[in-house]
Design a protein. Structure first.
Length: 295
């Protein structure tokens, strides 16, 4: 279960952490749902990029960053972007909730390199009251991961963050060749690797390297080849493997969870119920499985 983390966080204004990605195993980025009290606030310059997405009722805010002052009504979904190395100050006229997303600079730069962006374009710039429908969609998906009783595989959050970086750079995924799917040989190589490493932590960067592609390009071609995103394919294969092992009856449910790469037994049960419509207990009691039906 994604535990609620209600603790005061050191800050120049009163803030309370409501949800955090800290226990979810995300690497190179993270997110936190934060309750912010009315009044003045300041966050010093940090080594990572920060995006704050406003959640809930509008507030009147005054912000200062990079020598500029902004005054506006901050509405639900509006985002402020503070790049690494810059500090920020703001004051709100009422209590509010912020979805705070942080991105390590090296994670962002690796994505920019893979996109083949020019140096002038390969950066995250300060923005206030950014209104981008696609970015909002990604932000709300990340918020759902924080609030879910059982979060998805970290591959899903990694995919969301990569897409966020692409949006912040203001570009799409370049496709310099005419290929729209992975070649059969590359698809088999990636599929075989996933099958052999289901019990390990898989990353988009690692899988993309097998295909000799950038992460953004790999995500597109993988989905066109297999019909589902990378994270969905991996969780389906983990559930199918768990289904087989449970039906054999030689391992306990907790052992099967470890063998198939789930964080714990409850995590496995959640995805089995979602994809198969049955629980691990159902499978061990019946001694047989049922085919997967994607929902």
């Amino acid at each position: 279960m994604n535990a609620v983390n209600r603790r005061l966080v050191p800050h120049s204004g009163a803030r309370e952490s409501l949800r955090s990605s800290a226990p979810l195993g995300w690497s190179g980025f993270g997110a936190e749902l934060v309750g912010v009290a009315a009044g003045a606030h300041r966050i010093p310059a940090m080594a990572h990029h920060r995006v704050g997405v406003h959640v809930g009722a509008p507030v009147r805010a005054v912000c200062r960053c990079n020598g500029r002052r902004y005054a506006r009504i901050q509405a639900h979904g509006d985002a402020d972007v503070i790049p690494a190395g810059l500090d920020g100050e703001w004051s709100d006229d009422a209590n509010c909730t912020i979805l705070r997303i942080w991105i390590a600079d090296d994670f962002a730069r690796e994505t920019f390199d893979q996109l083949g962006l020019r140096a002038a374009d390969a950066q995250i710039r300060p923005q206030f009251q950014m209104r981008d429908a696609r970015f909002q969609h990604l932000a709300w998906a990340m918020r759902a991961e924080l609030e879910a009783e059982y979060a998805s595989d970290p591959l899903y959050a990694e995919s969301l963050c990569t897409a966020m970086i692409v949006r912040l750079a203001g570009g799409g995924v370049p496709c310099d060749d005419k290929r729209r799917t992975l070649s059969p040989r590359v698809a088999a190589r990636v599929s075989d690797y996933i099958e052999s490493h289901l019990d390990e932590r898989l990353t988009l960067a690692g899988l993309a390297a097998l295909a000799a592609l950038s992460v953004p390009h790999f995500k597109v071609l993988f989905r066109e080849t297999f019909g589902v995103p990378v994270h969905r394919h991996v969780v389906q294969r983990r559930v199918e493997r768990a289904q087989m092992l449970l039906s054999q009856g030689r391992l306990s449910a907790s052992q099967v969870a470890l063998e198939t790469g789930f964080a714990h037994q409850s995590h496995m049960a959640h995805w089995m119920k979602r994809l198969l419509g049955v629980t691990p207990r159902d499978l061990t009691r019946n001694g047989e499985g049922r085919p997967i039906v994607a929902r």
